[in-house]
Structures are given as structure tokens and as C-alpha cells.
Design a protein around this ligand. Structure first.
Ligand code: A3P
Length: 332
């Protein structure tokens, strides 16, 4: 692996620069690169390729959480962490004595027992997953996933969200994350690019379809979940999620209301009010990209797109979605 990296670093740069490229925002220096049919920021792509080449085993992980960006990754990380650790850490959201000692009070869901594969591989190219990490998260499309993930017995949970809310959430996040040296991307520009499939880890529809088809072929390996279903029927979805990742609820737990406690503990209202999740301190994730804990909590609602998209935009996104998903059995 080290060999690959020592020899490969400049080759990798050269390879990426040879790929199809699109400016991300008409007036900006930021570009996305197309690899195996999907668009990436350069740093994410470096990490993705390094992980493809070097990730020999995911033995140290308990679950892979795969998502399209802004589909609910933060929420599902919190849910999975809380489900897995419910015996050690009581997920109590009330003001009673048990409420303040849970690890999610002290660390963002992104820092709590989880690691983002592409980003970690980009920062640690010689050792993409060094030690035990309960939750390995990725935005990589299914067909580009490292073989070691596909062939391991580690369950994959995939989360997606309706096109319109996902797009609006992504547009907000893109501009927050972007270096303030670059001009923001207008809604119109982002829309035009998104519809052509040009967005980080896009095309959106192909990302969902890849995991959807894989989940139909391997239902025991891949659980396909929707943000909206978790909102509408959180109890049912949390039980399904817990069972799938190997932490089912006992009858006793169910009668004690543990499922409901987890739902409430991980709700947007509860999590977004933790001081740690309000933190604005930014950290650099790539030369032109920074994140802070509070960026991962905006509104957490279904249907917020209505406040941003015109009727015409809604019509266009609905038409593309219908066309792409027809005959697949996937719908929103
Ligand atoms: P909005 O921008 O629509 O508010 P990701 O975690 O994949 O980056 O996705 C972020 C989106 O999930 C944001 O959507 C964010 O507000 C929402 N979100 C974060 N935590 C949530 C929670 N506990 N429940 C529901 N939505 C949540």
C-alpha cells in the first residue's frame, strides 16, 4: 500500500487532471472531476481512488453508512451510534439526570465513532482505516465502492432523500462550505448543473439507482432507507435499522419505550440544540472547503424546497426523477 502511494501520488494527481472536468459555479476556480460516471471534488476523488486501491479489509467496521450528500447522513450516524451503544449510554432526551452524559452531547455525530472513508483516505493515504471504527461512512456510488466493502459481511445502510429537498439542502451546504474567496453558486447555476448530473457524487439519480438495484439483489447486505420514511414512521424505521445492523430491540425494550427514546434523542430538535452541534468553528477539509458542526443542521424538514424552487424548477426535477426511476420500482 505504501508502495502504491509513494509511486502513485503524482500519478494520481496526473490521472485526476486528465479526467473530464466541469467548473462548479460559472465564475469559480472550483471544479468537479468525472470518474466512473460520477462527479467529485478533487480531494474526495483522491480519497475515493486511494480507498479503492488500498482498503484491503473493512473488518474493523461494524456498519457502512452510504449516502448521497445531504440526504440525512448526520441523522443516521446519530441513530446508528445511539442504537449500538444504548446499553452503555442511555439515550434520554428529557431533562432528567441521565440526559447530559451521552457522548453525542460532546461530539458531533460525525466525530462519534464514525469515519468518512474518502476524507480519511485523502488525509491518511497510507492507512485508510487504521483501527476499529464502528461506523464507516461514504458518499461513493455503489459500483465504485472498494471491493473489500462489497465482499465483506459488513452491512451497508443506504439513505436517500427526495430530489427537491436534497438539491436545496445541497445548494445551501455547498455555499456554506465553499471558501469565501470563491463567489457563491447561484441557485440557478446549481440547478442547471444538478439537472445535468453535475454535483458532488452526482448524478443524484444514478447514485440512488445504483444502491437501489444492489439492495434488491442483496437485501441482506444492503438496507435501502428514505429520509422521508424515517420522518413519517420513525419507530418502524428505527426498529428495521437496528435489526439490520445486528442490534434488534428485545420485547422488554419495546415495552419500556426505548425505541421512542432513541427517536426523540436523535430528532433534529434535540440534536441541533446540543452546544457541540451549534459550534461554528470551521475546519478545513480540502484547500477550498471548510466545515463546522453547525453546518450539518439547517431545518431538517420535508418539503422545504417549496421555499426556494420555482414552479418551473419543481416541474423539471419531477420530470427527470420520474423518467430516471421509471421501471425501477423506486419512487418518491
Ligand atoms: P436541510 O438542509 O434540509 O435542513 P447530511 O447529514 O447528509 O449532510 O444532511 C444534512 C441534512 O439533514 C440537512 O437538511 C439537515 O438539517 C438534516 N438533518 C440533520 N440532522 C437531522 C436530524 N436529526 N433529523 C432530521 N434531519 C436532520
Amino acid at each position: 500500500n505504501n508502495m502504491f502511494f509513494r509511486k502513485g501520488q503524482s500519478q494520481l494527481d496526473g490521472f485526476i487532471l486528465s479526467l473530464p472536468k466541469e467548473p462548479y459555479g460559472s465564475t469559480s476556480d472550483e471544479s468537479l472531476y468525472q470518474y466512473e460516471g460520477f462527479w467529485y471534488y478533487k480531494s474526495d476523488l483522491q480519497g475515493a481512488i486511494i480507498s479503492q486501491k488500498t482498503l484491503v479489509s473493512v473488518e474493523p467496521c461494524d456498519v457502512v453508512l452510504a449516502t448521497f450528500p445531504k440526504s440525512g447522513t448526520t441523522w443516521f450516524k446519530a441513530l446508528i451510534f445511539t442504537i449500538m451503544n444504548r446499553n452503555q449510554h442511555n439515550p434520554c432526551s428529557s431533562t432528567s439526570s441521565c440526559s447530559n452524559s451521552h457522548p453525542l452531547h460532546f461530539a458531533s455525530p460525525h466525530d462519534c465513532a464514525s469515519r468518512w472513508l474518502e476524507h480519511y483516505a485523502y488525509k491518511n493515504p497510507t492507512n485508510p482505516v487504521p483501527d476499529h471504527v464502528p461506523i464507516l461512512s461514504t458518499h461513493m456510488p455503489y459500483h465504485s465502492l472498494p471491493v473489500s466493502i462489497k465482499s465483506s459481511c459488513c452491512p451497508i445502510v443506504y439513505v436517500c432523500r427526495n430530489t427537491k429537498d436534497n438539491f436545496v439542502s445541497l445548494w445551501h451546504f455547498t455555499n456554506k462550505m465553499r471558501s469565501n474567496k470563491l463567489p457563491p453558486i447561484s441557485l440557478g447555476e446549481a440547478f442547471e448543473l444538478f439537472c445535468r448530473g453535475v454535483s458532488p457524487f452526482g448524478p443524484f439519480w444514478d447514485h440512488l439507482l445504483g444502491y437501489w438495484k444492489a439492495s434488491l439483489e442483496s437485501p441482506n447486505k444492503i438496507l435501502f432507507l428514505k429520509y422521508e420514511d424515517m420522518k413519517r414512521e420513525p419507530g418502524v424505521c428505527v426498529k428495521k435499522l437496528a435489526e439490520f445492523i445486528g442490534y434488534p430491540f428485545s420485547h422488554e425494550e419495546e415495552t419500556q419505550g426505548v425505541v421512542q427514546h432513541i427517536v426523540e434523542f436523535c430528532s433534529f430538535e434535540n440534536l441541533s440544540n446540543f452546544e457541540v452541534n451549534k459550534m461554528e468553528t470551521t475546519k478545513s477539509i480540502a484547500p477550498t472547503l471548510t466545515v463546522s458542526n453547525n453546518m450539518f443542521f439547517r431545518k431538517g424538514q420535508v418539503g422545504d424546497y417549496k421555499n426556494f424552487l420555482t414552479k418551473e424548477m419543481i416541474g423539471i426535477l419531477d420530470a427527470i426523477t420520474e423518467d430516471k426511476f421509471k421501471d425501477s420500482g423506486l419512487n418518491f
